[in-house]
Design a protein around this ligand. Sequence first.
Ligand code: UGA
Length: 453
Amino acid sequence: MNITIVGTGYVGLGTAIMLAYLGYQVTGLDSDEGKISSLKAGALPIYEPGLDDLLQAASPNLRWTTQYSDAIPDADFIFVCVGTPPLPDGHPNLQYLEGAVRSIAQHLDGKPQIIVNKSTVPIGTGDWVLRILEEHAALYATSHYEVVSNPEFLREGTALGDSLYPDRIVLGGSSWATGQMRTLYAPLIEQSFEAPAHVPRPRGYERPAVVETTLTSAEMIKYSANAFLALKISYANEIAGLCECVGADIHEVAAGIGLDHRIGTRFLAAGAGWGGSCFGKDTSALITTGQDYGYSMPILRAAMTVNERQRSLVIEKLQKHVRLLKGKRVAVLGMAFKPDTDDLRDAPAHDFILRLGRLGATAVAYDPVAMPRARREWTHLHYVEAVSASAALAGADAVIVATEWSEFRSLNWEEVLATMRGRVVIDARNIIREPLAAPAVLEQIGREQPQSA
Ligand code: UGA
């Protein structure tokens, strides 16, 4: 079976490499010539742990192109993985998707071909894509195609494990088309592939559940899953605020709540709130979809409000201890929206640096991986780059831990505090487990200074 992946962002690349690893012939297509030529040279345009190794293993089955004429006619499955970034009004921008579908339509060749929507697309997009194909089919006399919605649930940073060992595979479409998708995914469904040495099958993992639905239900599943995870985090953050009021510890409270199987312990980590390209975008897209129908979604709105409040809270905690930030030096540890990625989209660190600048402070930022990207993408921000965490802290009046990279967890705080001018630590990711000796001040989210045992 031949597969074409349109769009080589996080989702497209992960999918292309994973399917090639499973043994399929995969063509990755992107209109960005720079990306394609670096992929042809074997270089990944993104940072994702382990993806390099899998790319090496899968490379005999992979080829890269910028031409639809080269990639579409022979493909049995065409995965659409283009970006759908948010517009200012919260609706996703479908310009890239529409362009991709129109180009695909021109090159369908009349044999049965399945167009798989893997991008997170607005509810109803599957039908819209079908209409575009129909318009073109009339022009180009092609007929045999179907559209399937197969949402992606992988997380950046753990993309490989999430793709090879998913909880579920959601397939929305006709029974013929979803049947074809089951055949394609058989190695995943049966877990019959050889697990790569660097991404071993998790202990106790058996097989993914396969969920067959209509196109629209599959689209709803993707949005509702992300919005639920987002509101779960906001719930933890809201409870964390009350923990601070009454003197409870959010770690203890979240662990105690999460042990109820109906709730689960994951995505209850309080902190700077969620970032990334998905939770904010998908939650506001659901809200605006509701608006299109005159339907309000107060729970989701509240989840967004709490998330915005978390970011302000971090600066307020800093201001509590450093009243006048003007002329002060504040280290920002971590720039990526979460560890193990270089993705900066909607990263809390962006807001912290912006606000510090407005308050007259100098931000000194360090990230183990995302700094080169920040140099290109954060040109509108003023900050000083540090070469290491300890260099960022040296001479600083305060520090904000914005991303919980493992190297920050293992920092020797005693040592680095001694090099700071002030000793105010705002741990916005609750990574510090030991109390800091006076005169250091430690602020966390939803808990007081950790007690010594
Ligand atoms: C998210 C979903 O988890 C994936 O299932 C989905 O496929 C993806 O969006 C997508 O739609 O493409 P991702 O954005 O890569 O994945 O990252 P997550 O690991 O979900 O983290 C999102 C944000 O929530 C991060 O900023 C993280 O720091 C924050 N978070 C996460 C918390 O603040 N607390 C938690 O307990 C967990």
